[in-house]
Design a protein around this ligand. Structure first.
Ligand code: NI
Length: 170
């Protein structure tokens, strides 16, 4: 399956609020396979459709980087019905290469969504799984993790990015 190009900050497409998935079937399965291969190629543990320029509420994940299409997690149209607690941990993003920072997230979430066939799913998650769900769902709402940082840290990121850009490294 073809590896897709991952859009990076500050591409305006990453600010888009994605449209719900309404058509489940072979075309969606093909897109999911491409997204999984693109995620593993980096490798990353999650990838949202908007990161490859596809306007759909869809993300794939694989915390173990199994490179096994049978094991890849698929989430369409996610919604959180419970978010509780708070935890800060280091995050990175394939759309913000070369940068990580501690981000505050809910420690536990209950996510309701659709699977690749359109069937309803409900997942109760903590730890890295809960963090990844929140990070990827943010992508589908046009939010990058750098927007979750304090104004001070975000300012530091932007200055660093501009410096790299001026040197031709970004
Ligand atoms: Ni990301």
């Amino acid at each position: 399956m073809p590896i897709r190009e991952i859009l990076t900050y500050p591409d305006p497409f990453l600010k888009r609020v994605a449209k719900p998935v309404t058509e489940f079937g072979p075309a969606l399965d093909e897109l999911i396979a491409d997204m999984a291969d693109t995620m593993w190629d980096e490798p990353g543990i999650g990838l949202a459709a908007t990161q490859i320029g596809v306007d759909l509420q869809l993300f794939v994940y694989d915390l173990e980087v199994s490179r096994d299409h049978e094991r890849v997690g698929v989430v369409c149209n996610p919604k959180f019905t419970l978010m509780e607690g708070e935890e800060s941990d280091e995050e990175g993003c394939l759309s913000v290469p070369g940068y990580t920072a501690a981000v505050k997230r809910s420690a536990r979430v209950v996510m309701e969504a659709r699977d690749r066939s359109g069937n309803p799913i409900k997942v109760d998650a903590t730890g890295l799984l809960a963090r990844m769900f929140q990070h990827e769902t943010d992508h589908l709402n046009g939010i990058l993790f750098i927007e979750r940082l304090s104004p001070l840290k975000r300012g530091m990121f932007i200055r660093r990015f501009k410096k790299l850009q001026a040197r031709g490294d970004a």
